[in-house]
Unconditional design. Sequence first.
Length: 51
Amino acid sequence: MSLLTIILSIVIPPLAVFLKHGLGSEFLISLLLTLVGWIPGVIYAFYVNSK
């Protein structure tokens, strides 16, 4: 995982997922989790981008 991906995963989780995986189910889940709460969005972004 690059430094940019790590920073974006913390600041704007859906953008980090979008840049790595595009518009798909991962992005929609990340967006939903970020809207529910910022911390779940960050955790999911790190999880998805570490694969």
